[in-house]
Write a protein that binds this ligand. Sequence first.
Ligand SMILES: Cc1cc2nc3c(=O)[nH]c(=O)nc-3n(C[C@H](O)[C@H](O)[C@H](O)COP(=O)(O)OP(=O)(O)OC[C@H]3O[C@@H](n4cnc5c(N)ncnc54)[C@H](O)[C@@H]3O)c2cc1C
Length: 427
Amino acid sequence: MQKKKAIILGSSMAGLLAARVCANHFEEVLILEKDKIQNHKAHRKGVPQDQQLHILLSRGFQAIIRLFPGIQEDLEAQGAIAGDIGQLLQWYSEGDFRPQCNTGEQTIMMSRPLLEMTVRKILLQQPNVQLQDQTRVIALLGSEESITGVETKDGYVNADLVIDATGVGSRLLSQLSAMGIELPPVEEVKVNVKYTSFLFPREDNFKSLININSKPPFNSKHGTIQPIEEGKMIAMVQGRTNDKAPTSIETFKQYTAALEHPLIYEKIKDLEPLSEGASYHIPFVRWIHFEQLKQYPAGILPLGDAVCRLNPVYGQGMSAAAMQAEILDELLQKTALDQLWKPYFKQVAKAVKTPWELTVAEDFKFPETEGVPPKIPGLVIRYFSKFNRVMNKDPYLFKAFAKVLNMVSEPTVLLHPKMIWKVLWAK
Ligand SMILES: Cc1cc2nc3c(=O)[nH]c(=O)nc-3n(C[C@H](O)[C@H](O)[C@H](O)COP(=O)(O)OP(=O)(O)OC[C@H]3O[C@@H](n4cnc5c(N)ncnc54)[C@H](O)[C@@H]3O)c2cc1C
């Protein structure tokens, strides 16, 4: 099979990253997007979560810098704020603030629409990439052996590879089922988390990412605030069943006052918001285990939330999509298109496993969560529970943990003998 044309379904973060790597391997890359895409920074209906606060973890930031050289300077020129995540973060958890120290891991703070617009602008400078907006993909073309293109309202488009980056609403499974293809197991956990974000004006010198953790199992109220471009800051609260995030500004402020620490409340209590409250509900998180399939058609791969929708509590979604795009890039260099799916799904599952387990373990600290909890031995749970408290007083432990959270180290690094010793002996 030749690598003449790739079609990417969806032009949100996963779609843009996938298009960028496909541009390295295909003569032509066409992105099909159902929304109208503006040239300026704008909220859009197809990405309803773009009004919520988005953190870009170090792993995702590194990948984006590699794929789009010069993007950091471009974003900073538009008002984004970059720095060491350990220095920027003021993180209250377990009754205290975590150490504020250099971790060697960089982040950049801006609104989600600014990031997406800037990535898209640089991507579309590639001569072999085109974006066709206001084009809803209706169906896949092909058979159980191989997908050969897609149907849109305007007709058929053929391709050697189709990437489904249509997010959690992806219709890939129903399409495969209609073709008589065996479906992969789907792991679903009901989390029922509600989010609300408001924009506020900020002081020029406010450059922190403040995160106030919930206190499971009884208080699920969680809050975050970060500076973004244009002299604004975005504050977001989230909560579960009995702690639903409020929508009016009065109740939003009261909610921030009821967080485990009042720092966010103190920042916003006297401010008029610059926006309406934007709300978002995540009823469930989901991981589709494509890696367990024995048979699968050539020519179609899902990427991003279409494979795994993570609870955004640790801000990992865009970084997980970036890791998947890097996996695709590497495999396209050495693998024939009809052989791609097996190693792709295997490596994607490996990349998604840690963020999934980290976030789902957090979800199951709340009794109302429904699903199958990850199987973690009691001793390991007790170790990490103590680690979590001890690192508040120990920058060495915190730095290692920050690398895991930023998806640059595997959690096994936290089992280094020196760390075990420190955690076990800590009072
Ligand atoms: C409340 C909330 C907060 C979050 N916070 C963070 C965070 O702090 N950090 C982080 O890294 N991640 C965060 N995420 C996750 C992040 O938003 C996603 O992981 C990321 O956007 C990648 O998603 P995606 O591109 O796979 O899908 P989506 O962003 O859902 O995009 C899907 C795209 O496909 C298009 N589309 C859909 N159907 C069709 C069709 N039939 N034809 C054509 N186009 C179609 C849509 O219009 C859209 O453009 C958060 C998510 C939520 C819900």
